[in-house]
Design a binder for this molecule. Structure first.
Ligand SMILES: [Zn+2]
Length: 434
């Protein structure tokens, strides 16, 4: 794929730029080796995995490498899952400005995940195809893991003897906040009524009857089923960690603790196989059952100069699952507690709101890097008169604040309002303009 065939003298400016870029590569202490395995047993043929180890933040620079591990669990067909698998990564990457340092790139990722998920959903719906998909999309760059998720597949991390949940559960049954959001946006949430008004099954939203509150696709369900991902970003400590990503075929049967316990001391490949087999053994193969296991091993750990610290036992000891938000003071407050080891998994970012104004309005230090006159979702160039502020509210159109970016093109603005229950979006539009 690389096309580095140029030779001859290199201009000084280019050399300086290359030197500069070298500084943006993964710092030595942040480098990690990845070992992974996957296994699946298929019932409906609607689970898909996507694994790509050779992605590059800087084109043609293998040292700016990052990796992607994702599971797409389709429903009502597999088209949405396949479409998302084929397009999501490039839609995410196209929402990240070029020439960023590694740190800037990592801070841009949460917002780019939102843009990429929404664009993928919008483009898929325009195809006029039915079906929907959950997405659990994991990006590993050195020791930083970023996860964007919609639906009920799950990514969990075990590090230093604790389990960390990196994805959200968008099952209506499990998520009261999402029930409130769907209801406020014009959906109805309830169970199936059988004769005699007995209610059965999990909570679903109507019209459509989907059990999930977020997905990619699902054109035949209300717009309040949104593709806006929950995003979580964490930084591993020097001990690394093991990541398990599975579709609900596994999680309907096994708890996260069980999955890690079953896989202990196994290679990632053997672990993935074991987890799927255990899940299928309990209830039989009732759903597509898919598992990816990734070991993230710091390079320093591979070639230790000092003996490794004894492994902590005691799997039952859970931390507060990142309840503690990182603030300027957090490091000192950590020291205040009798916590002598600052080297733990650190939460960098977490946001799950479905509100685009909140998700796209960046407060990252790179706020000025995003191009002003590009649609923040589909990356289409906007003429100065075209963009609609993401903060604009159709019902108060007299109060537009035209300079409060980021901006959306008319089509994306229409989709945003539809998702928030403010108007009906014409699906399957035949217009090809973007
Ligand atoms: Zn747009």
């Amino acid at each position: 794929m690389n096309s580095r065939s140029k030779s001859g003298p290199v201009p000084l400016a280019e050399l300086l730029k290359r030197e500069g870029i070298k500084g943006e590569r993964v710092r030595e202490r942040d480098k990690c080796e990845l070992v992974y395995g996957e296994w699946a047993q298929s019932k409906k043929g609607e689970d898909f995995t996507f694994i790509k180890l050779d992605c590059e933040r800087i084109p043609d620079d293998p040292l700016s490498n990052f990796s992607v591990f994702a599971i797409f669990d389709g429903h009502n067909g597999s088209m949405a899952a396949v479409y998302a698998k084929d397009n999501l990564l490039s839609n995410i990457l196209s929402a990240i400005p070029s020439n960023l340092t590694r740190d800037e790139w990592l801070s841009a990722l949460p917002r780019a995940l939102v843009s990429g998920f929404v664009k993928t959903d919008k483009d898929f719906q325009r195809e006029g195809l039915i079906s929907g998909s959950t997405v659990t999309f994991v990006i590993v760059d050195g020791n930083v893991i970023t996860v964007g998720s919609v639906g009920d597949s799950r990514a969990v991390l075990e590090a230093e003897g604790s389990i960390y949940y990196l994805s959200a559960d968008h099952r209506l049954e499990e998520n009261e906040e999402e029930v409130e959001r769907v209801t406020a946006s014009g959906g109805e949430v309830g169970r199936l009524n059988v004769v005699g008004s007995t209610q059965v099954g999990p909570l679903r939203c109507w019209p459509g009857g989907l059990c999930l509150s977020r997905s990619i696709g699902d054109s035949d369900v209300g717009e309040f089923i949104v593709p806006v991902p929950h995003v979580k970003q964490v930084k591993l400590s020097s001990t690394g960690g093991r990541l398990i990503i599975c579709s609900d075929g596994v999680w309907d049967v096994l708890s996260s603790e069980m999955a890690f316990n079953f896989s202990r001391a196994l290679t990632p490949e053997a672990a993935a196989t074991k987890i799927v087999k255990e899940a299928v053994q309990v209830k039989g193969l009732r759903d597509d059952t898919t598992c990816i296991v990734v070991d993230i091993i710091p390079i320093e750990k591979l070639t230790p100069t000092i003996p490794p610290a004894p492994k902590k036992q005691g799997m039952g000891v859970f931390k507060h699952m990142f309840r503690m938000k990182r603030t300027c003071e957090s490091s000192s407050s950590l020291h205040d507690m009798d916590y002598h080891e600052p080297d733990v998994v650190e939460e960098i970012f977490e946001e799950g709101s479905a509100c685009l104004a909140r998700r796209l309005h960046t407060e990252y230090p790179i706020r000025n890097i995003f191009k002003l006159f590009m649609c923040a979702i589909c990356q289409t160039e906007l003429r100065p008169s075209e963009g609609v502020s993401v903060h604009a509210d159709a019902s108060r159109s007299g109060e537009l604040r035209p300079w409060d970016g980021p901006f959306l093109c008319c089509e994306c603005q229409e989709k945003r309002e539809a998702m928030e229950g403010k108007r009906h979006h014409r699906r399957h539009s035949s217009s090809s303009s973007d």
